[in-house]
Design a protein around this ligand. Structure first.
Ligand SMILES: *Cc1c(COP(=O)(O)O)cnc(C)c1O
Length: 358
């Protein structure tokens, strides 16, 4: 098996793999499982510094993004889509699928949003039900300042949907302090469990907006309201992927037991950026580097494909190219979660140096 140094899925610790292979409870009929699910959601919320309720949904990260938009959007709603990356722009599709009108605020893809520019924009137009923003836009490795963005939007009573699938636990996330209404996460990035689950954290304001809808949500699976009262009724809207949730719980306990996690990411990321630059490679973002992924431009005279192929078949290391407008142009080293250890990254850098020399 190759070493998976991609920006998701990331490597998974053995205790997580073992938890997933346990004999499992009946998630529909065993009320102990409802407690376990509820406790796991509470643990997740506490790690993100929030009193808000979190739900674990049976589906990969994309389901969380879609569920947030499906549950909030009513036909005709204006939604501000903050777009400075591939995932940032992608939100417009979820908004329009559910009948909303996405209004794109598109800015330079190589740097975080400029707060003064956003302030000026909002002064002129702030008639939005909610806004979408990506924390770490993984295809470019760019990090947005969601603390400033979400508090600013909240001052205009605009709800926020934040995609921190590839940010959380590698970068600080403080849901309550930063006034994030719907925070979307996934199991396979810095959480370091296999893909398959998404977690959505819901503020009281977001709940009120969903419950006050005039039209029903045009989905069942992506409707967050179907979970309403599940704990009291001991009834899930669909059979929960119990083994995935055992794995997630163990991964979250690993995070809880690792108070140095954010510092470790910062250190590994700074080291990786420095080493990549020292090799003569050019980082993609001009500023706003995420501590979960390092993105560099494919150097002249090479193709992404040949570098990735040599890394995989000569060094047994899987790196990622990019996609969307960055396809073929960028290469990405994922140093999130279990990947964020100096010795793992050093191995990648040594191999990369050799590949480039050849
Ligand atoms: C990984 C990721 C997701 C989940 O989507 P997939 O591409 O299906 O893995 C969502 N948002 C961001 C920013 C991600 O990095």
């Amino acid at each position: 098996m190759y070493k998976m140094m991609t920006p998701g899925p990331s490597q998974v610790r053995e205790n997580v793999l073992l938890a997933r292979s346990k004999q499992f409870q009946n998630p529909d009929l065993d009320s102990d499982f409802v407690e376990y699910y509820h406790d796991t959601c509470k643990l997740y919320s506490s790690l993100l510094h929030t009193e808000n309720e979190s739900l674990i949904l049976g589906g990969e990260g994309i389901l969380g993004l879609e569920a947030a938009c499906a549950s909030l959007t009513e036909p005709g709603d204006r939604v501000l889509v903050l777009d400075n990356g591939v995932f940032g722009e992608g939100f417009k599709d979820f908004v329009s699928i559910y009948g909303g009108t996405p209004v794109l605020y598109t800015r330079d893809y190589s740097r975080p949003f400029d707060m003064d520019d956003l302030k000026n924009y909002l002064e002129k137009d702030h008639d939005f039900k909610y806004a979408t923003v990506v924390h770490c836009d993984t295809p470019s490795g760019m990090l947005n300042d969601i603390a400033s963005i979400c508090t600013l939007l909240k001052s205009y009573s605009i709800l926020t949907v934040v995609d921190s699938v590839a940010g959380m636990f590698g970068e600080d996330v403080r849901v309550d302090d930063w006034k994030i209404d719907l925070l979307c996460g996934g199991s396979q990035k810095a959480v370091s469990a296999p893909p398959g689950l998404t977690m959505v954290t819901i503020s009281a304001d977001a709940k009120a907006a969903m419950e006050g809808r005039k039209t029903p949500v045009a989905s069942f699976y992506a409707n967050l309201l179907t979970f309403k009262g599940y704990y009291e009724a001991k009834w899930f809207p669909y059979t929960m992927p119990v083994s995935d949730i055992y794995g997630l719980r163990t991964a979250l306990e690993n995070i809880k037991a690792d108070p140095q996690m954010l510092e470790r990411h910062a250190k590994v990321a700074a080291y990786t950026r420095k080493a990549v630059t020292a090799m003569g490679l050019k980082l993609y973002p001009e500023s706003g580097y995420s501590n979960t992924v390092t993105t560099f431009q494919v150097p002249e005279g090479h193709t992404a494909e040949e570098i990735l192929h040599a890394m995989r078949y000569e060094h047994n290391i899987l790196l990622a190219g990019s996609f969307g407008c960055f396809a073929g142009k960028l290469i990405r080293i994922g140093h999130m979660g279990e990947n964020a250890y100096m010795e793992k990254v050093q191995e990648v850098l040594d191999a990369l140096q050799e590949v480039l020399k050849k």
